[in-house]
Design a protein around this ligand. Structure first.
Ligand code: 0O2
Ligand code: 0O2
Length: 211
């Protein structure tokens, strides 16, 4: 598999990942819809998904010294899903729902909420082994589901842009500001959790007045 020359082989390699992302988006959005149908508060605000761009796969493999044949096992986020929740408690509710599902297996869980990353990053990652039905039979691929609050998401997408801008070498003063911002986001989540019931009642009132 070449990074530049042979795009057709990459297309074939990535096809089951693309199918998995499409299917998982439908399934995870389906969970949200079921809460709507039952007029219950959904722990899911929104769901997004993407297949990792070829250049990012190749860069990551090079950085980690992963040989090409090992990419499938060692680059776990080629298929990536993101579930964004209003409150921290919702994250654990979503994790429980994911654990209870019968249509895939959990390969690994990484809790970066209890223990955030050095950068300040917070999220809960569930790596799953997902069966994709292909014209050649079933193939199990790895997919990463990142579950985080709106505040964690806001921080992560901004930090990600800065990392891209500075090619991973963010200046020290910006790094410090980002760590402070991560703590502020964490405190915002804590405060919002404390007034959660009030917020829910307000949303419920708003929903009823729209009907
Ligand atoms: P709805 O009704 O808004 O839930 P798709 O193929 O359209 O399902 P796509 O093209 O991959 O999804 O888009 P993307 O960027 O992954 O976003 C998926 C969904 O998340 C979209 O909703 C976006 O509107 C929603 N979304 C993305 N960012 C935010 C955000 O910051 N806040 C909120 N509330 N929603 C966001 P859909 O699919 O159009 O459906
Ligand atoms: P992308 O597609 O650009 O987001 P590890 O060996 O555990 O350090 P690994 O195996 O890549 O690293 O897994 P990790 O760190 O659990 O999860 C990888 C993904 O989590 C990243 O994908 C990011 O999406 C997200 N992530 C992890 N740390 C950070 C961080 O400090 N800031 C932000 N914004 N996101 C983070 P990639 O590979 O960066 O690719």
């Amino acid at each position: 598999m070449e990074s530049g020359g042979n795009t057709l082989k990459w297309d074939i390699f990535l096809a089951p990942y693309s199918q998995a992302v499409d299917e998982l988006k439908i399934k995870l959005k389906g969970m949200r819809k079921q809460f709507d149908y039952e007029s219950r508060h959904s722990p899911i605000e929104f769901v997004t998904g993407r297949v990792k761009p070829i250049t990012s796969i190749v860069d990551k493999a090079k950085r980690r010294e992963i040989p090409i044949p090992k990419i499938e096992e060692e680059v776990q986020d080629i298929a990536g899903l993101r579930v964004v929740c209003p409150f921290v408690d919702d994250i654990y509710e979503v994790v429980e729902m994911i654990r209870a599902r019968q249509d895939f297996e959990i390969a690994e869980e990484k809790d970066y909420i209890e223990k955030n990353k050095e950068s300040g990053y917070r999220s809960y990652h569930v790596i799953i082994r997902y069966p994709v039905e292909t014209i050649h039979g079933e193939r199990k691929i790895l997919a990463e589901i990142q579950i985080r609050t709106l505040a964690m998401n806001f921080w992560a997408i901004n930090e990600h842009s800065l990392n891209y801008k500075y090619s991973g070498q963010i200046p020290e003063d910006v790094t410090t500001r980002l760590r402070n911002a991560a703590e502020a986001a964490f405190r915002l989540d804590e405060e919002m959790s404390k007034i959660r019931q009030e917020i829910r009642e307000a949303q419920e009132y708003f929903r009823r007045t729209k009907e």
